[in-house]
Design a protein around this ligand. Structure first.
Ligand code: GRF
Length: 239
């Protein structure tokens, strides 16, 4: 018998413009079977542009600014506590520029996901697009991964390449990378909502959609692999 539909409760953490937040909200709005809903948007910056989008969508917001010299652990505990008040099940880092400790991550084991604008493990850190450009790479891209205690390091859910074009600036390249993130991040969040992600060491296995689960999609693109038919059960594994 099909399980009753119940949306997984998502928190989205942002520090900037929030285009990935908007892409996630649009993906959820466009797909009644997405399987998740954003129940709270949190930020460390009171001027984060994405806050407007959250408020416009009627989503509760949490602003926890980390003041210079403040107790970082206490700040993180406050942030986690305020998310937990919303019974959050999955935390989505969408341009959140703070490193989260193991203490925070332990509250949502393997349920904190991040998008990063490079093909990890290349160009970790806050200046990935500029560093890729400065390095002269011909191809960069984006990575959606689960978060562990190391920066931009956890198991990889999906990656997609973006070519560097002649005349690219950090801004033009980042815009094209973001266009891919806007598709890849929601696809990965949907997989988490449908409990289709299994972690085996550093490797991630994506379970096939369960036709008996009415939250699952019958047919959907596998993130990072492009659209296509469902793989045979057990055959799907990300490199
Ligand atoms: C994204 O490129 C993300 O990978 C990086 O920060 C950017 C956030 O953009 N961590 P936005 O705020 O979602 O527009």
């Amino acid at each position: 018998m099909a399980r009753p539909a119940r949306a997984t409760r998502l928190a989205v953490l942002i520090s900037g413009g929030g285009s990935n937040l908007r892409a996630l909200l649009e993906a959820i709005a466009a797909d009644p079977r997405f399987g998740g809903e954003v129940v709270v948007v949190g930020t460390d910056r009171s001027d984060a542009g994405g806050l407007h989008s959250a408020r416009a969508a009627g989503i509760p917001t949490v602003v926890e600014v980390l003041e210079r010299g403040a107790d970082r652990a206490a700040w993180e505990d406050r942030l986690a506590g305020r998310l937990a008040e919303h019974d959050v099940e999955v935390v989505v880092l969408a341009g959140f520029m703070r490193i989260l400790s193991g203490r925070f991550l332990a509250r949502w084991p393997d349920r904190v996901v991040n998008t990063h604008p490079s093909l990890l493990p290349a160009f970790r850190g806050a200046h990935a697009v500029r560093e890729a450009l400065d390095h002269g790479v011909a191809v960069t891209g984006c990575t959606v991964h689960l978060v562990d205690e190391e920066v931009d390091h956890g198991p990889i859910l999906a990656q997609e390449a973006v070519p560097v074009l002649d005349g690219d600036t950090e801004e033009t390249l980042h815009d094209r990378i973001k266009a891919v993130e806007h598709r890849l991040l929601p696809a990965c969040v949907a997989l988490l909502c449908h409990d289709r992600v299994r972690i085996e060491g550093r490797r991630v296995r994506i379970l096939p959609a369960d036709p008996a689960n009415d939250r699952d999609h019958d047919r959907e693109p596998t993130p990072g692999r492009g659209p296509g038919p469902e793989p045979a059960p057990g055959s799907e594994e990300h490199p």
